[in-house]
Design a protein around this ligand. Structure first.
Ligand SMILES: Cc1ncc(COP(=O)(O)O)c(C=O)c1O
Length: 290
């Protein structure tokens, strides 16, 4: 392999490429198995397939792809806003919630700034932060593998611009109590963005979930990020959404590429949002562990 002669920032040179798992067919061939004999757990995908309503919606939409998609995913954005009782300018749609994590980083981070995240959390947090030239600070977890909120708050200084917090957490499966989250947020300066990642929130029993919409109403520096990849079974469509106050989103939307979510994915997510029966079935299967 020849080395490139192009000039790249030092922080790009220091990054490693994200290593995704091999296609299941290749893994099966390596192991001398059939693909259907393998249970893939690596990406927390939905084992129940996807909603049949999504299949119908996408099949129809696939016949009409001559137009660009709506640049803001208008219909999906509206449906999510209605579901959570916020106005549409509180909602941003991303190509997976991963894109939203990256956009949050690009919006607030640069060389000389830092991002804080808990140990044993999603590997993308330090990646997207370092990509912006920022330094990352990993805060050791508590003895029971949860985020150490006190230590995270103590680590904030004048260089801090972004904090990642996950609830419930991947990969530990731990969750944070609402009171602890509220106490934590009260300690964070309003100049620091908090990305509250709720990719798995549907899997928490309702009594254990915190009122994230109230958190966003109280804290103009917080963005909640959720995804259609897990409970809704749409990992392949790459759709996630963020909810935050319009001031924060007006900055983030300057960084976001228009047309970032393709037409089929917008339509798939809208149909998935309207099929709560599928989500309930997923949660039931997950609860039983079958
Ligand atoms: C904690 C957490 N956040 C975010 C994501 C990103 O999901 P997606 O980009 O598919 O929405 C994942 C994916 O595994 C995750 O585990």
């Amino acid at each position: 392999m020849t080395e490139t002669t192009i000039t790249t920032p030092s922080w790009v040179q220091a990054l490693d490429k994200y290593v995704a798992s091999k296609p299941i067919e290749d893994v099966a061939a390596d192991l001398g198995l059939k693909p259907e004999e393998i249970i893939m757990l690596v990406a927390n995908e939905n084992p129940n397939g996807m909603s049949s309503k999504v299949k119908e919606a996408v099949a129809t939409a696939a016949l009409n792809l001559n137009r660009y998609p709506d640049a803001d995913a208008y219909h999906l954005q509206k449906a999510i806003a209605e579901r959570y009782g916020v106005s549409q300018d509180w909602v941003v749609i991303g190509s997976g919630s991963s894109e939203l994590l990256g956009l949050a980083a690009e919006t607030v981070l640069s060389e000389g700034t830092t991002a804080i995240y808990p140990q044993y959390s999603f590997s993308l947090y330090p990646m997207v932060a370092r990509l912006c030239g920022a330094e990352t600070i990993e805060i050791p977890s508590t003895g029971d593998f949860n985020a150490d909120l006190d230590a995270m708050a103590d680590a904030v200084d004048e260089r801090t611009r972004l904090i990642f917090l996950t609830n419930p957490n991947n990969p530990t499966g731990t969750y944070l109590a609402e009171k602890d989250i509220l106490d934590f947020l009260d300690k964070i300066p309003p100049t620091v963005m908090v990305l509250f990642d709720e990719a798995y929130v549907e899997f928490l029993e309702p009594a254990l979930r915190c009122d994230s919409m109230e958190i966003v109403r109280l804290h103009p520096n917080v963005m909640v990020a959720r995804t259609f990849s897990k409970a809704y079974g749409l990992a392949g469509a790459r759709v996630g959404y963020g909810i935050a106050q319009p001031g924060l989103l007006s900055m983030l939307n300057r960084v976001r590429h228009p047309f970032n979510v393709n037409d089929l994915s917008q339509i798939a997510a809208l149909a998935a949002l309207q099929d709560q029966e599928f989500v309930e079935k997923t949660l039931e299967v997950n609860r039983k562990g079958i």
